[in-house]
Ligand binder design. Sequence first.
Ligand SMILES: *Cc1c(COP(=O)(O)O)cnc(C)c1O
Length: 318
Amino acid sequence: MAAGVASCGGSVAALLKLHAIFPCRASTVPASSLRRPDAAAVPGPQPSRLAPASLPSRPRRPRAASALRPPDAASGGFIAMFLYPELEWDFRLPWVKSINVSGHKYSLVYAGIGWCIWRNKEDLPEELIFHINYLGVDQPTFTLNFSKGSSQVIAQYYQLIRHGFEGYRNIMENCHENAMVLKEGLEKTGRFNIVSKDEGVPLVAFSLKDRSRHDEFEISDMLRRFGWIVPAYTMPPDAQHVTVLCIVIREEFSRTLAERLVLDIEKVMYQLDALPSKLMSPMLLAKTAAKRTELKTQRSVTDAWRKFVLANKTNGVC
Ligand SMILES: *Cc1c(COP(=O)(O)O)cnc(C)c1O
């Protein structure tokens, strides 16, 4: 087995290598492709991560070696491995030659590390290996950049050894349970539609049932006052009209925090109810327009009187 470590950012060489590793990397994903059950999870902007496809999906048997699409296990690899062991997406499929994982997501290292594993040395494309003559000897390397501290690699090794398979499974199960606590809490408020599925990456995506007075962006804004950063975004093409709030549950997001978040969301909803609608309702608009014309009439009457009084004023004589 061959493995390489990637880091966020890096040199042009690193980008070229990245392109060679992920030839299918796309910048946007049309919502329609999210529904294709046979599509491998494709990296994209945040909304696409909502799709249950965040779990690496089973890659199709390729017709030609050039059509090989590696499963993108960035966020879902460490979930699928422990929570859905029966899901075949990995080296059990003979045509899967490499797997990439984000170290800073569910493999639990701080930000800035990802790694890629090849089934065997022959599957590692030769053009990814840089041969450098360093200190007089040939040094083959296929990491993504040369100068980088090893702390993250050590942290990754530490986590793997510290938790082991059992530990990671417990953590993932716990994340899933906390996601369900959050989901049920949100459902109980009666204000939201849950749009995420229970299985897959532990996350809860939800949208307002009634958007006539306020929208999800206002909820996101107000939650910041309670110290929560809950992103709201519109979905990719074909579903732009849908806005969702999304909460991804990680190891440190405990059950207590899930319960507190639900309470804070309830408080925000209560405060929003008391605020005038930002999205003016047609009735409110009509009322404001009526008030405006009323004011205008009053003003023109006052003006006319003022003119009349001024015109008839005779200076100095009572
Ligand atoms: C996060 C993510 C990526 C990007 O991985 P990083 O390690 O954060 O660069 C790619 N694909 C999917 C499906 C992801 O969830």
